[in-house]
Design a protein around this ligand. Structure first.
Ligand code: KG4
Ligand code: ZN
Length: 338
């Protein structure tokens, strides 16, 4: 069985061919650079760029995998959440191929792709906790099993990646700023600036990041010159505050689950921000005090990619596959609604 998957929910255009043994036959990720000069993703530009590149990378992927398009058994695509233009381009392209080749089309939820990504290379023990840390979402899930996800908490304002990108922008760093900010923080002092810890006294599992960004903005405005020392110190202070917040949520999550008599031995960090080594190392240290292992997806499955979409499709539908050619892409699609 060969699965062909498309991911176009934001600014990555990606295709993947995966076989039934879970082997990736080919995988192409094209990160759009068109948005850099605007300091953020422009939805209309993103949709047009997906449209322009999708056909080309599909051909490349088929050649690389050394198959014919007729060998594909299942077509799937991200159908939400995300930018509606991109979702329509990707899902319509996959549907057209499915109809043309008389094969099933399977809609996949982007967040479920992220949540299941660590199961590609780890034997996760269910239930496991998943910290979903992306540019558009910040959520904590208890993954009871495939198809059964319990949302424990989420951000009430900005997403964690959005906070990294906005602070990076305030510091004059290019978009998307998360990875660059992490690099700058290596030379900075975490105690340089005392930034707020929103919702610190709240004992629930929700996040809030917009107050930290505002605090950084106020300090930046008072700063005469954004020199390298200032940038590194601010980057380090900001990143450390984010780390503190994640650690406090990790403790709250484990304690909350223990109250429910649920013992967690596996936790995973997924999504683009999970690539941050500082956050990973600090969370790993804290998790180990609870006898909990942090198991990570492969690096190529952290940022948006079609391999995680193909993998989610193969995990979800290994026994029971239903084609859903009429499924409508939904920019606010919830996990567990497919
Ligand atoms: O999962 P992802 O590729 O896209 C969404 O589904 O949103 O995440 C992208 C986000 C961006 O905000 C980017 O700045 C952030 O992940 N990011 C990082 C790092 N690498 C990527 N944030 C912090 N540290 C990093 N090393
Ligand atoms: Zn994503």
């Amino acid at each position: 069985m060969i699965i062909f998957a498309i991911e176009t929910s934001c600014d990555e255009t990606s295709v993947c061919l995966l076989d039934s043994e879970g082997q990736i036959l080919s995988h192409i990720v094209n990160s759009q650079t068109e948005h850099q000069k605007y300091g953020g993703v422009i939805p209309e530009i993103a949709s047009r760029a997906h449209l322009e590149i999708l056909q080309k990378i599909t051909k490349e992927a088929v050649i690389k995998a050394n198959i014919k398009i007729q060998d594909v058994d299942i077509y799937c695509a991200t159908c939400g959440p995300g930018l509606i233009g991109g979702l329509l381009v990707g899902s319509t392209f996959a549907k057209a191929l499915a109809i043309g080749n008389n094969k099933p089309f399977v809609p996949i939820n982007h967040l479920e792709g992220h949540i299941l990504s660590p199961t590609f290379n780890n034997d996760m023990v269910y239930p496991y906790v998943c910290f979903l840390l992306t540019g558009g979402h910040t959520q904590i899930y208890l993954t009871h099993n495939i198809n059964k996800y319990e949302l424990l908490g989420e951000t009430v304002d900005d997403a964690i990646g959005e906070a990294f990108d906005k602070v990076a922008k305030l510091l004059g760093l290019p978009y998307p700023g998360g990875a660059i900010l992490e690099k700058k923080a290596l030379n900075g002092n975490i105690d340089s600036y005392d930034l707020p810890h929103p919702l610190k006294k709240h004992k629930n599992l929700n996040f809030s990041f917009s107050g930290i960004k505002t605090a950084v903005n106020l300090i930046v405005k008072k700063q005469k010159k954004l020199d390298d020392i200032f940038i590194s110190n601010m980057a380090a202070s900001f990143q450390n505050k984010i780390s503190e917040i994640l650690i406090s949520k990790l403790e709250l999550t484990i304690n909350y689950l223990r109250e429910r008599k649920i013992n967690i031995s596996n936790l995973s960090l997924v999504g683009g921000v999970a690539a941050n080594k500082y956050l990973y190392e600090n969370l790993k240290k804290k998790a180990s005090t609870y006898q909990c292992n942090i198991l990570m997806p492969k690096n190529f499955m952290l940022s948006d990619n079609a391999a995680m979409i193909a993998w989610a499709c193969s995990k979800k539908y290994s026994d029971n596959l239903t084609s859903d050619i009429m499924f409508k892409a939904d920019p606010r699609l919830k996990v567990s609604s497919i």
